[in-house]
Design a protein around this ligand. Structure first.
Ligand code: SF4
Length: 935
């Protein structure tokens, strides 16, 4: 008898198209399988440089994102009160006409009155340029509440950073330290790489209060107390400097360690670099016993010492100050251990392991190269220690200085862009800090006029701030003011609060894109909803008009007036651009596109095309021709191909020029998108071996990067261990210079703008009574959900449809709490009720949960009793966006004082077993009406 044939792998497609995943920010290449035009299956693209065929659960579940029942299907105009869910479906022409009318009124009166903020959108090259053309400085994306501490710390120190700016040398590293990373930032690339490290026997050390995800597979887990990583790293520095286990050659050649700092206490030049008449920083030359320019090829710079300059002033090398700080006994492991919860012997052992790996397992690649001073090197010397950090460092009010401390450790070991160390991803390195300044000073914002530069940039001195003569902020989020001088990504978490309080001023239109600001992207959800619905005495809303674009019926949709429904990521063109947040590899630049693999079956339009359309209707100069017609009538794909940011440089670097063979710089190529599709929707240019390391000082690379438009000039990027821009702010706080902080800000600037990394306690812990709120509370993201945009997915919610409050068994026992008990969690700001789960592998003073799992009843087209809303919860309700009042009544935002990064993880709480054990989380908000537009 023959066995019946069962086809266990039926072919479910008749067509396969490549594109780029949007289920998280890693942007892997994917292959979308279609049958009769419907998506049936998604897998990884083996030829793609980011993931090389790997697909994760989120990426494969993109199919359910595409067919989500929460998709919006038609433009909507609010007809009831905000929050009521009463909308009227309208046609696109009416929607675009209304948006244009509202925005043109603002632009003609005062462009600042438009606040344009986007969430995790991946088209910031376009959205930032649009804001510039509109003329508003009030623009940013979500970086200010995600990772600007990390980005700014790296960019101001060595012209690169973790995450999209660089990565460990996975092939050669032998000791990998991971700070504050759960299972995100990055996802597939890190998973793949951790597998490689395991295969090679490299050691992985994870520093994280919680042992999940990557920490669970680490060789060593250090369950640190939240917010104290800077103490731990400072103690490691103490150990390696004490033992003189540092890379002196690297420090002398490629960092500002030997640069001379003026010592003139009380003087206006105190703490600034000693410079010659041409402005070059000076070092002390051991041959001539005199100062010489820092970049003199023949000099023999001294690393340590104090010297008298020819003009009589005293100067000290930067490294001397660094060594003096970290050799102080206060940094000794014994004095750090109790505060960070890591035994002194562990700190000492890790420091010894780092030094041993860096110096006794040195790598020497037989690759000759020439440095910035023309010095020929026969080999590329590597130190196989690498590090990566993300939100566990970034989301604290001390995150900028903590991340600078990590970079200091990396650089003392000589591990930046060397074999085995941390590697830049082009277009990085950039100058430290990058030269672009934010626009929006008084006088730069004019009716019907573009800004003279981009709204986001890098301030290097008080003169770059966006403040008026009295020191008042010019931006609605107070970025680049004395509240947050180095706010390179803005402060999105403050926009709604500040607009409602009219502090520093009110706005007329709030325009947002895929930012769930009435729910999981807001600190203090109840008050934020209050601000969105707050009215003036005449009955009008305090924030008069809210335009919102999203593909899904998220909680934010209910609080907007005009909804512009977006497509899913499988229905539109997109570009992942080197002008924006690229997908480059360390071995070379890369970019990619998304192509529409299927047509929308709803009346929706891609946001980027809509934005260009509105821009043309408004007559924005970059989006219209001289005759007033649209410059990009073909929408976003037209822009991607034909827009030039500088001559020959556009959103995509590949397949440029008339024949499609130019790379980086070349005329627009009308067939460029087809060339990308033919190449699997990506482009990658592998650098020759002699340009793959030491790129901050690699002559050939710097020349090439200048041609590609990555940097303006082929100047070396000398690592700024001593950060002079910070000292300029500190001098201003001491009253020096023409631009000084108002009296109330001075102490805060003086305290936190230290040019040498240091540690201070996270603010919330200092402001509340420790005995009342003894515990830390943080969130993480699970494997199945990276950013909240992917959290509502029919497949993934089966893995994690609700969340619990996790805590250590001994902590629970102290409070009489058992597994699955309902508990109250109280902060100085609010109280929630959640269900407890006990676990091993968590810092005993920390409770935590998965982020953004909790949903508001009725949102996302979920059933009213869905687990997400009835049992799921957010910690957001416990977090205030404002710190308590200071003398004079002023309330700073709950942010890092240097960059304005939202301090989500500073939260302090207490827990108790709930009196009410009813199985429901609290607070419960009134159910939102299911939107008529949700398909
Ligand atoms: S890691 Fe992110 S981008 Fe890559 S497949 Fe998974 S969800 Fe998509």
């Amino acid at each position: 008898m023959t066995e019946p044939f069962v086809n266990t792998s039926p072919r479910t497609w008749d067509e396969v198209k490549t594109t780029t995943c949007y289920m998280c920010a890693c942007r892997c290449g994917i292959r979308v399988h279609l049958k009769d035009g419907r998506v049936t299956y998604i897998d990884g693209n083996p030829a793609h440089p980011v993931n090389k065929g790997v697909i994760c659960g989120k990426g494969a579940a993109g199919i359910m994102q595409h067919y989500s029942p929460a998709r919006l299907s038609k433009p909507l105009l609010r007809v009831g009160e905000r929050g009521s869910g009463d909308f009227r479906e309208i046609e696109w022409e009416e929607a675009l006409g209304l948006a244009t009318q509202w925005l043109s009124e603002v632009r003609a009166k005062d462009p600042r009155k438009l606040a344009f903020f986007t969430g995790r959108d991946q088209s910031q090259g376009l959205t930032g340029w649009w804001a510039t053309q509109f003329g508003t400085p009030n623009y940013a994306a979500h970086g200010g509440f995600c990772s600007v501490n990390m980005a700014a710390a790296g960019l101001y120190t060595f012209g690169g950073s973790f995450w999209e700016f660089g990565e460990p040398d996975w092939k050669h590293t032998r000791y990998f330290m991971l700070f504050g990373v759960a299972e995100d930032h990055a996802s597939n690339p890190i998973k793949k790489a951790l597998g490689q490290l395991k295969e090679r026997g490299a050691k992985i050390v994870s520093i994280n209060p919680i042992r999940t995800g990557y920490s669970a597979i680490a060789d060593e887990w250090i369950g640190i107390r939240p917010g104290t990583d800077g103490l731990f790293v400072g103690a490691l520095i103490h150990e390696i400097v004490s033992a003189q286990r540092i890379d002196g050659d690297y420090l002398l050649r490629y960092t500002n360690s030997p640069w001379l700092i003026i010592e003139n206490p009380g003087g206006e030049d105190d703490g600034l670099f000693a410079r010659n008449a041409q402005g070059s920083a000076l070092i002390w030359d051991g041959h001539s016993s005199s100062p010489m320019p820092a970049l003199s090829p023949d000099a023999a710079p001294k690393l340590m010492g104090r010297y008298k300059l020819p003009d009589g002033r005293r100067a000290v090398t930067a490294f001397t100050l660094i060594a003096e700080r970290f050799l102080d006994p206060e940094w000794a492991p014994e004095n750090i251990a109790a505060r960070c919860g890591v035994p002194a012997e562990t700190i000492r052992r890790i420091a010894a392991e780092l030094a041993r790996t860096a110096f006794e397992e040195e790598i020497a690649l037989d690759v000759p190269w020439t440095d910035h001073l023309g010095r020929y090197h026969e080999k590329m010397i590597g130190r196989p220690v690498s590090m990566h950090a993300m939100r566990g460092i970034s989301a604290h009010s001390n995150g900028f200085q903590t991340c600078r401390t990590i970079h200091l450790l990396q650089i003392l070991l000589g591990t930046i862009d060397v074999p085995g160390g941390f590697r830049y991803k082009p277009p990085f390195p950039k100058p430290a800090p990058p030269g672009v300044k934010p626009a929006g000073k008084p006088g730069q914002v004019k009716p019907n006029t573009p800004l003279p530069g981009p709204p986001l940039g890098f301030v290097a001195a008080p003169a770059d701030l966006l403040v008026d003569a009295e020191g008042r902020p010019q931006r609605i989020d107070k970025a680049y003011s004395w509240d947050a001088p180095l706010a390179a990504h803005g402060l999105m978490h403050m926009v709604i609060t500040n607009a409602a309080k009219k502090d520093p001023y009110g706005i007329d239109v709030l325009f947002m894109y895929m930012a769930n600001m009435s729910w999981n992207s807001a600190m203090n959800v109840p008050d934020t909803i209050g601000y969105l619905t707050q009215k003036e005495p005449d009955g009008s809303y305090t924030i008069p008009k809210i335009i919102y674009s999203d593909a899904y019926a998220s909680e934010m949709v209910h609080y907007a007036d005009l909804i512009l429904p977006d497509t899913t990521y499988l229905e539109r063109w997109d570009c992942v651009s080197l002008l924006d947040r690229p997908i480059s590899e360390a071995d070379g630049p890369a970019d990619s596109i998304r192509q529409p693999v299927t047509e929308p079956d709803r009346d929706v339009r891609p946001f980027q095309t809509v934005l260009l359309d509105i821009g043309a209707r408004l007559g924005l100069p970059g989006m219209t021709r001289n005759d007033g017609s649209p410059r990009y009538p073909g929408g976003y794909p037209d822009y991607i191909v034909n827009h030039e940011r500088a001559p020959g440089i556009g959103p995509l670097a590949g397949f440029r020029g008339a024949n499609g063979r130019a790379q980086g710089r070349g005329a627009p190529n009308p067939d460029q998108l087809q060339a990308y599709i033919a190449n699997g929707c990506h482009w990658f240019h592998e650098l020759p071996d002699h340009m793959k390391y030491y790129r901050h000082v690699n002559w050939a690379y710097l020349d090439w990067a200048t041609f590609f438009g990555f940097i303006a000039r082929p100047d070396p990027v000398i690592h700024q261990l001593y950060c002079e821009p910070l000292q300029k702010f500190r001098l201003a706080a001491r009253g020096h210079g023409s631009i000084v902080p108002p009296a109330g800000h001075r102490q805060r600037i003086a305290d936190h703008f230290d040019p040498i990394p240091f540690w201070y306690a996270p603010f919330e812990g200092e402001l509340v009574a420790a005995e009342q709120y003894p515990l830390h509370a943080v969130t993480q993201r699970p494997m199945a959900m990276y950013h909240s945009w992917g959290s509502q997915n029919a497949w993934l919610r089966q893995i994690l449809g609700r969340n619990w409050l996790y805590m250590a068994r001994e902590l629970a026992a102290r409070h009489g709490i058992a597994d699955d008990d309902w508990v109250t969690v109280t902060s100085h700001h609010g109280r929630i009720k959640a269900q407890a789960r006990l676990m091993d592998g968590v810092n005993p003073e920390t409770v935590w949960t998965w982020n953004a799992i909790g949903k508001r009843s009725g949102a996302w087209n979920l059933a009213p009793g869905a687990d997400e809303s009835k049992q799921g919860f957010l910690l957001n309700h416990l977090i205030s966006e404002l710190l308590p009042e200071r003398e004079g009544g002023y309330r700073y935002s709950n942010s890092d004082p240097v960059t304005g990064q939202a301090a989500w993880y500073d939260l302090r709480v207490r827990i108790e077993k709930a009196a009410d054990q009813q199985p429901a989380s609290e607070p419960q908000f009134a159910a939102l009406k299911t939107l008529a537009g949700a398909s």
